[in-house]
Write a protein of this length. Sequence first.
Length: 156
Amino acid sequence: MHLDHRLAPLAVLLAITATVANAEPQNPPSPGERAVEYRKAIYEVMGWNFRPMVQMAQAKAPYDAAEFARRAERVAAVAPLLLEAFPPESEGVVSSKLKPAMWSNRADFDAKLKTLLERTGELAAVAKTGDFEKSKAAWIATANACKACHEKYRAE
């Protein structure tokens, strides 16, 4: 059976959700802890797909236009899931790398998230053209959107 590549991110998230749901822990996670697990899963899927583009954009791997476009489309498909991944009940969850400053600067955080969604959409659209230089520029813009939020709101 061949899985439509556009559905692959959804399949991965469903598999993660099924695994977590079937684990039956002694002390089930709180809603906030579940939200942190959810957003970590989203970022994992995004990172998994972003890394090959990093390699190509930095000339550490040969540019493959179809692969670059496929990865960019996946990132753009998964990124909007972040809109629901930062609910108030996840504030203060110990396993989160989110800096407390995000909660007092929520409007700025949401603006940065909106920029990320715009950039991932642009990246996917540009990558479909197969033009390496334009794809690389869109990748840089997307990476900078990630970096802008990470620098301000992610603890290392």
